[in-house]
Ligand binder design. Structure first.
Ligand code: C5P
Length: 243
């Protein structure tokens, strides 16, 4: 179990705003998700900046391409020392990513079926499989391919855990404390419910990034899940002090 299971989604469109948030969060979290929006403006240079400041990075690029490209891109990303990288949950993509990751410390997370997809979207791809069956199939394939974890909603966690077993890392977005604004998230669970269902990490965006005091917002979530006094201390280097 992690001392601090929070991964804060840096869904912002400038490096300056991302730096400001990381500074404002301080010791409240040390794990950050960089998704396509920030990556498009900040790239690997910013990822390396975060790593250099003692933070862990979840690079959410959801790779999906021919095997050779996925393998080579994964190899490059793994060399930089990110902790988590996402790939789509099709067998060829997952196997290529596992090959590219090699013996590096980067852990690969599979996206089974995008949660924005419904049965019509699957029909558009030519699939008649029910969404939940496809999720289950892809979890099994992920485990067989050597994938380390799955990104799944709090509502799927228990089932994914049952299929994937105790060793799989389950990373759960769409989490909100009771009473917090839900924004565009339709199916949310509280942090405690997600952890109770078996999540290892919680991806939290706006509840923290739009809070007046982002560090206090992290502390609130940590106390809800009983981890406040156990949280990791970020090593203080010259650069973290400036952040
Ligand atoms: O602001 P909020 O907490 O809703 O942000 C959640 C983060 O998790 C965003 O980066 C979003 O893209 C991501 N995510 C999600 N639901 C999924 C998969 C990813 O909210 N099913």
């Amino acid at each position: 179990m992690n001392d601090n299971p929070l991964i804060i989604a840096l869904d912002v469109d400038t490096i300056e705003e991302a730096r400001r948030l990381v500074g404002a969060i301080g010791d409240g979290a040390n794990f950050y998700k960089v998704g396509m929006e920030l990556y498009a403006v900040a790239g690997m240079a910013f990822v390396q900046e975060l790593l250099g400041r003692g933070r862990r990075v979840f690079l959410d690029l959801k790779l999906y391409d021919i095997s050779e490209t996925v393998k080579r891109a994964t190899r490059q990303i793994a060399r930089c020392g990110v902790t988590f990288l996402t790939v789509h949950g099709s067998k060829a993509v997952m196997r290529a990513a596992v090959e590219g990751r090699g013996d590096s410390a980067t852990r690969l997370l599979a996206v089974t079926v995008l949660t924005s997809f419904d049965q019509d979207d699957l029909a558009d791809l030519g699939f008649s499989t029910p969404v939940s069956d496809l999720v289950a199939l892809r979890v099994r394939n992920a485990v067989a391919s050597g994938i380390d974890g799955i990104v799944c909603s709090a509502l799927e966690v228990a089932k994914v855990r049952e299929i994937g077993g105790p060793g799989l890392k389950l990373v759960t977005p769409g989490v909100r404390s009771a009473g917090a604004a839900t924004g565009d998230q339709k199916r949310v669970a509280t942090p405690a419910e997600a952890i109770e269902a078996g999540a290892d990490y919680l991806v939290i965006g706006r509840q923290v990034t739009r809070a007046a005091d982002p560090q206090a917002a992290c502390e609130k979530i940590l106390s809800e899940i009983g981890r406040a006094s156990h949280r990791e201390k970020i090593p203080q280097t010259e650069s973290t002090k400036e952040a």
